[in-house]
Ligand binder design. Structure first.
Ligand code: ZN
Length: 298
């Protein structure tokens, strides 16, 4: 069995949904600890305009500081447009993530562009990032359904995937932005991407809006996904979606994998410590389970 890579997106997907801005030094502490725990990738932030999303205004600064420290995990950053790419290249982001929403309504709310126009621009931007020598991951947001539009035709989702593959972009994340996915659907979509290109690296980005999050993650892994995007404590939710819920919790998935003898290289107590600190910071209970129950003693 191939190892499952863990891509921690809490510092971006989690924190962007919060009403308050987390101070840079607090973010740095959480990111450093997660990056040292043995998870593979940490998404530091999003290159969105600071006045539009103040929670992400320090993304450039975070990368500048972290670049000097050579963290154990690969650092990723979300780029939304050409200007964002310029900024990401300037601060040396090693893994650049970009995406298109399969829902025209979600796409317009998020970017001001419909899916087709957004797709053309994102592919061009992704290719420019690749040309600049960066690793690139492209995603299909609202791949499994949309809070505004409801069901999204499968052919529409696979059409975006096919366009990515045609452009030579083979690291593909299927994002359940609204949390509408169910395990059979996730399994089928992952399989279909791999049928289009057996060498594609498929990631699943799952929001646990309706309680199917972990089942969906396992559906993706069983169908051949090789990376999962999770967030500390299960924090998160897209601010541009209708009903926002967090991602599957990083420490919950690591717990599940470790019960099966997988990813025993990751420091689960360290991740639990971060999730607890995030919960304390926001002063509320987070949806993740393992940081509350504690690890099972061996
Ligand atoms: Zn998300």
């Amino acid at each position: 069995m191939r190892p499952i890579l863990i891509h921690e997106v809490g510092p971006r997907d989690g924190l962007q949904a919060e009403a308050t801005v987390v101070p840079t030094d607090v973010k740095l502490d959480w990111i450093r600890r997660v990056a040292a725990s043995g998870v593979d990738i940490v998404q530091v932030g999003s290159f969105v305009r600071g006045d539009k999303l103040p929670q992400m205004a320090d993304t450039d600064e975070l990368f500048r500081i972290l670049a000097k420290e050579h963290p154990r995990a690969v650092l990723s950053g979300l780029v939304l447009n050409e200007k964002g790419l310029e900024r990401a290249l300037e601060v040396g982001v090693p893994l650049i993530c970009l995406g298109v929403s399969a829902s025209d309504t979600h796409s317009r709310k998020n970017t001001g562009m419909g899916t087709d126009e957004a797709q053309r621009r994102i592919i061009a931007t992704a290719l420019a990032a690749k040309q600049a020598g960066r690793r690139v991951q492209v995603s299909v947001q609202s791949a499994f359904g949309c809070g505004f539009e409801g069901a999204i035709p499968e052919v529409r989702v696979l059409g975006i995937v096919a366009a990515y593959l045609d452009a030579g972009l083979t690291a593909i994340s299927l994002a359940d932005t609204a949390g509408h996915a169910y395990p059979e659907q996730v399994r089928r979509y992952v399989q279909q991407v791999l049928e289009l290109d057996a060498a594609a690296e498929v990631t699943a980005h799952i929001h646990d809006t309706f309680g199917l999050g972990m089942a969906n993650v396992y559906g993706a892994m069983e169908a051949g996904a090789t990376a999962i995007e999770t967030s500390f404590g299960g924090l998160g939710g897209c601010p541009f979606t209708k009903v926002a819920a967090g991602n599957v919790a990083t420490e919950d998935l690591v717990h599940g994998l470790q019960r099966a003898g997988r990813r025993t290289d990751i420091d689960l107590p360290a991740l639990i410590g971060v999730a607890r600190d995030v919960a304390t910071h926001f002063g509320r209970e987070l949806p993740g389970r393992v940081h509350r129950a504690g690890p099972i003693q061996p």
